[in-house]
Design a protein around this ligand. Sequence first.
Ligand code: MG
Length: 379
Amino acid sequence: MILAPYAARPECSRGRGVAEPAPTYRSEYQRDRDRIIHSAAFRRLEYKTQVFVNHEGDLFRTRLTHSLEVAQIARTIARTLHLNEDLAEAICLAHDLGHTPFGHAGQDALNDCMKPWGGFEHNAQSLRVVDLLEDKYAEFTGLNLTFETREGILKHCSKTRAATMGAVAQRFITGGQPTLEAQVANLADEIAYNNHDIDDGIRAQLLTLDQLRAVPLFARHHDAVLRAYPQAIPKQLRHETVRRIIGTLVGDLTEHSRQRLAQAHPASPDAVRALTEPLVAYSEAIAAESRELKRFLREHLYRHHQVYRVMEKAKRVLRELFEAFMHDPRLLPPQSHAETEAARDEASRARIVADYIAGMTDRFAIDEWERLFDPRRLK
Ligand code: MG
């Protein structure tokens, strides 16, 4: 790995919460990545919704396959820009660990439930998972990841919450930037979901090619595919178009960021952190096209009648679980119940309930709801 001066270097890391001897065969960021992959929260991503609820079909993206696609895109960009590929990968694989069941609907429902006690933010929750909730190491709580991986995981954060989180959240108060690897991970997330949501949306028959042709970025690539392969079957047309869009977005992002890096030429990751704007960015034209694609997906897929109905039901499940556990903590599993008994106030009790619910997979949440509310279920 040839690293640019502005790339994160494990030997210059701001370190781990609890100091540990350096790994023998791996870099510090490889060790972070490996701990993330071995975590229980990572395995649960397989059964958490991206847009489609897990049981809607076996071919749709889940949070696990989404995270893998994000990491794959970010690694290519990081390697091309001579950034630290291992750090970018670790951030991507961990970025969604704090997501609730049922995607954004679940997050909104839990945020509403938690309003009186500081709300619920999935990025902050991802950090909470790796800092506190994973509990299988004897020498420390959480995964004891490096500062740089933790900094990258915390993609968004409200100022109020940031004030309680220390150095890792400082930039949300002072207006600084995270490492370039975190900036790459952030945009790779967007490239991945925009494109796989087109793909899943068409396959679920919630979107049509005709509708999508209203999006210039889609129409342009779809035309090119039709010209090149007039005999292609629908599956090929869809895939050939989507892969070209990914190629365009990744190419533009890489080239435009390369120019911005050459111009600004920050001397170190700390020089990157001190900037007011991210250096990893699309050209203006592609940024506008990407925004338009996002707008289209919001309007036609995420707010689609069929998605809406499933998501409203999902919100109800989470709300009712939350209310039941808050009302009677003895309904929680014994370990969480014991924690609520030891909690010093209502806010801490609510946070224990939120942690328990956020950790659930889609199918576990539905099952738990049935166990609590269906009188015919004995256990
Ligand atoms: Mg994501």
